[in-house]
Design a protein around this ligand. Structure first.
Ligand code: GDP
Length: 371
């Protein structure tokens, strides 16, 4: 093809010659896709199309054969295992299935996207929370790092740890899609001054197609493994445009709302908080700056949502793309952060009864307030 058309999912040039290679789309579909691109539609290669529409890659705990095979091979090898997690979707990006495979190997956690945390965040508090969550699912990281792959923040300490750790073993990077694993590896490679731009990055999840081995000077390898997709990540459910709206680009700035019981806050059309019981209080939202927040009365909230989802409450562009909003009641015993994985969090005082919602309850959680 002369005018290289690119898959919006993985960035590969679309081709109809080899189904085994990146960017494959059968010739007939490619022709249709080109026509429909003229009408402004997004084009995906077959692999990305399937990922999006048929959810062929399932949560790692169940069916991700490739990944399980890789994990199995780890148990019998000497390896340093690095689980890269997204600090904004931490619970969902922690690979709990790793516990069966870590064995005697060294295991560390790298929390990425630290640049987004409000500037006054305490690293020790964030690490404590990560450790507790990891322990809760049976993972016992030897070290925890907080980094920003994008801004190359805190990389020196991590790289020196990897350099030491890789003297007698390979280093395996594992992680869910969209946690920034490719960006991090690129940043590490860049800082190490070795091979550059080996790995494509994109905002769309699932970009790394295959295991990639990056040779180190000491004869060992940094190994990038395929990102794992799960239905529990909002990122895998949204299109590139929607993802761009919810993905913060700058440190989160708090936006405070005074709420009384009987009030509801919408985080665009993707999150909802009903304040059920408690004293009037400040609710502080930490999310992407462009995300539309709307306060209304709880008694009108469901009707309001139905009327405005996809328009005022956007993303989602189409409510039918996502499961219905489902909620969970929570009581805050102390000042807490209500977690909306992939979107952000909302800090509320102690002693509030709230009900929080996301599509199909994806990414909901709570933790002791970090700030
Ligand atoms: P992968 O699927 O885990 O390989 O993730 P990518 O490296 O493709 O990154 C997914 C998205 O997260 C992209 O939109 C990146 O720009 C973004 N991203 C990656 N690292 C960071 C980071 O340190 N900070 C921020 N704010 N965004 C990041």
């Amino acid at each position: 093809m002369d005018d290289n058309i690119i898959c919006i999912g993985c960035g590969a040039v679309l081709q109809s010659d080899n189904p085994e290679e990146a960017g494959y789309l059968p010739a007939s579909r490619l022709k249709k896709a080109i026509e429909s691109e003229d009408e402004g539609n997004d084009i995906y290669c077959q692999r990305c199309f399937r990922l999006r529409h048929y959810n062929e890659i399932m949560p790692v705990d169940a069916d991700n054969d490739d990944f399980l095979a890789l994990l199995n091979s780890l148990a019998s090898k000497k390896a340093l295992i690095v689980n890269v997690v997204d600090l904004f979707d931490f619970t969902n990006s922690l690979l709990s299935s790793l516990k069966r495979f870590v064995g005697d190997n060294e295991f560390i956690l790298v929390g990425n996207k630290f640049d987004l945390f409000p500037l006054n965040s305490k690293q020790s508090k964030i690490k404590d929370w990560m450790r507790q969550e990891a322990n809760r699912v049976g993972l016992f990281p030897k070290k925890i790092f907080l980094v920003s792959a994008k801004n190359k923040k805190n990389l020196t300490e991590l790289i020196s740890y990897l350099n030491k750790g890789s003297r007698d073993k390979d280093v395996y990077f594992v992680g869910m899609t969209n946690v920034g694993k490719s960006t991090l590896l690129n940043a590490i490679i860049d800082e190490m001054g070795d091979v550059k731009n080996l790995i494509t990055t994109s905002r769309f999840p699932g970009t790394t197609l295959d295991k990639i081995e990056i040779p180190l000077e000491n004869g060992h390898f940094l190994v990038d493994t395929p990102g794992i997709m799960t239905e529990n990540q909002l990122a895998t459910r949204l299109n590139a445009k929607e993802l761009a709206v919810i993905s913060p680009q700058k440190p989160l700035k708090p936006a405070t709302y005074q709420l009384k019981p009987g009030n509801t806050l919408f985080l665009a059309g993707l999150g909802r908080i009903d304040f059920l019981k408690g004293n009037p209080a400040s609710f502080t939202v930490y999310a992407a700056r462009g995300l539309y927040i709307h306060r209304t009365k709880t008694e009108n909230a469901t009707e309001f949502y139905q009327r405005h989802v996809g328009e005022l409450l956007n993303p989602p562009e189409e409510a039918s793309e996502l499961p219905e909003l489902k909620g969970q009641e929570l009581h805050t015993s102390y000042k807490s952060d209500l977690l909306f994985g992939g979107i952000g969090f909302v800090t509320v005082p102690a002693d509030c009864l709230v009900k929080i919602y996301t599509p199909g309850k994806i990414g909901l959680g709570i933790r002791r307030a970090l700030i």
